[in-house]
Design a protein around this ligand. Structure first.
Ligand SMILES: [Zn+2]
Length: 376
């Protein structure tokens, strides 16, 4: 890779946590800008520590951006959860939850709906959209600062989330790079930004409502979406603050693939190009088949049986109702007809991801599937 000149790229570090030796756990922050006006983008990877492919994607983004002039600023935060990445058990990374208390590393971001309503009340009829945007952004940043500095302290995951969110809050576009367990590529898109499905080159799109459950994408778009709707109702005119956030699921966890990562980077560059951020016309969204689903129709399939599993359908494969999706071997019944139990598809569906292990307890989430899906 050619070095990116220092006048385009700045590299700094923030401390997101401290280990038991009192050492700061730092995360690098790469900022690229050509001092041309445009949106600010924030991209982070590996908040779930086993989901490492996003780091390769960020590497390829840097590589591509070394020869691209940009409008606006791109902030890249790879391996943003150094705690999660380093928690190993045997051969595996326990990256999804803090093992001390079971907290999901992607559920501690800040959103306060009441704060949005009271901010909306303070907006005056003749405030410009830019004034409202700046003031609202400041009010979110202040709420996060207050949360981090309150005297009772916060849990590790929440502290880490809020420190990252302080940076993400400055951005117009937030991309959170994840992976499924064993997974095909898919993306979560807020319903109000549905057209973004055509701007990325990702085959499976999940449309999500204005509902906060703790994740970074929701913490980013819920306040702006709610503010837009509240102001539209109050002033009977359109508001669009241009803030968008997405969770991109770049294949399977515990996997690094440089070549696939380059394709993922190209997909992101196609989107950024649509947002006017690349001065060249080098990148465009692919013309490809895209399939969408509403979040309510993205269903989890659990197994009623414990045992040893063969996953019979691959992520991304189109499956008909009644097709066998998994075969489960019960070692207590090897001598009789109950030795193998089949799990069948309850309807036509597309499995998007499956559990990574071949041994399961009853009640395990075997697959997550698109049902009632539609062509985009
Ligand atoms: Zn994840």
């Amino acid at each position: 890779m050619t070095d990116i000149p220092k006048n385009r790229l700045s590299k700094s570090h923030i401390s997101v946590a401290q280990n038991a030796s009192g050492r700061s756990l730092n995360v690098p922050i790469y900022r690229i800008s050509d001092n041309a006006p445009g949106p600010r983008v924030y991209i982070q990877s590996s908040i779930h520590g086993a989901e490492v492919q996003g780091n390769v994607v960020i590497y390829h983004l840097l590589q591509a951006l070394s020869s691209q002039k940009i409008n606006g600023e791109i902030i890249l935060v790879p391996n943003c959860n150094p705690v999660g990445t380093n928690i190993k058990a045997g051969e595996y990374t326990l990256g999804r939850f803090d093992p001390v208390n079971g907290t999901n590393w992607n559920r501690g971001y800040h959103y306060d709906e009441e704060q949005v309503f009271s901010f909306a009340d303070s907006v005056q009829e003749n405030d410009t959209q830019e004034q409202i945007k700046q003031a609202f952004r400041q009010s979110i940043a202040k709420a996060i600062d207050n949360k981090l500095s309150q005297p009772w302290g916060l849990g590790l995951a929440q502290q880490l989330n809020l420190r990252l969110q302080q940076i993400a809050t400055t951005a117009d576009i937030v991309l959170d790079l994840h992976n499924g367990p064993v997974s095909t590529r898919h993306i979560y898109i807020p319903e109000y930004a549905k057209s973004a499905a055509y701007e990325f080159s990702i085959p499976h799109c999940i449309f999500i409502p204005n509902k906060f459950a703790g994740a970074l994408d929701e913490a980013t778009f819920c306040p702006w979406w709610t503010l837009q709707e509240t102001l539209q109702a109050r002033f009977s005119r359109e508001f669009d603050f241009g803030v968008q956030a997405f969770t991109l699921e770049m294949g399977s966890q515990e996997v690094i693939q440089f070549d696939e990562g380059e394709k993922d980077a190209v997909s992101i560059l196609g989107y950024l190009s649509q947002k006017g951020m690349l001065q060249s016309g080098d990148y465009k969204p692919a013309s490809m088949r895209r399939i969408g689903v509403m979040l309510k129709d993205y269903r989890t399939m659990f197994t009623d049986f414990g045992g040893m599993v063969e996953y019979c359908v691959a992520p991304g494969q189109h499956v008909k109702a009644g097709d066998t999706m998994a075969r489960i071997l019960n070692i207590d019944d090897l001598d009789n007809h109950k030795a193998v139990q089949n799990v069948v598809a309850p309807c036509d569906l597309i499995p998007i991801l499956h559990f990574p292990s071949a041994s399961v307890l009853s009640g395990t989430q075997l697959y997550k599937c698109f049902t009632e899906y539609f062509e985009l």
